[in-house]
Design a binder for this molecule. Sequence first.
Ligand code: FES
Length: 219
Amino acid sequence: MSPVDGAGVSNPDLPVDRAVTEGRVPQADPEQIPQLSEVDCPPELQARIEELMGRYPDRRSASIPALWAVQERYGYCAPEGIRQAAAVMRVTPAYLESVASFYDLLHTKPVGRHRIEVCTNISCWMRGGDQLLDAFRAAAGDDSEEFFVTGFECLGACDIAPMASIDQRYYGPLEAAEAGVAIEQLRAGAEVLPEKALAKRPLAGDTPSPGAARGGGAG
Ligand code: FES
């Protein structure tokens, strides 16, 4: 069969679309949904994913939080964790892998124990976000088992630019020199930059009476 041009006219000079001659269906068997009995899913992880699925009319809507639960258990979206979640959710592992590979906060490869995302988007960039990222990278060095440092798009906290998310907590505005302090505090297991923790900042309209301590906000 000759290829056809845009007007639907057969033209033997056009390259042949291999999909026409070879087909679009891969020869391999379609991936199967793993059985729970095959995957040795930890009971707590199974219970967590089932609870998450119960929140939505369509169980697939729980894919992101289920993958987050896998990441919390294994440190990243490990292949065995994805198979376990897939078995619980009754979807293929490939389906969950496609979700995990799309989102930057889900990791499909092992990463450092402490995850640091430095915002380099416009507000943070204008206030030194690139330098802050460089400072975190320099302070973390090549200790990839402990630290995963990456630049990130706007984290939605432009009012504290330049800022970073450290183990899912927001900090800012940060000086480049504070990157090293934060890394040392993480190494020591100490509280990280308490004076820069968003969780410890007063809320709008939050005007405690003199001498009254504001509650909440672990940093
Ligand atoms: S630009 Fe950095 S938090 Fe929005």
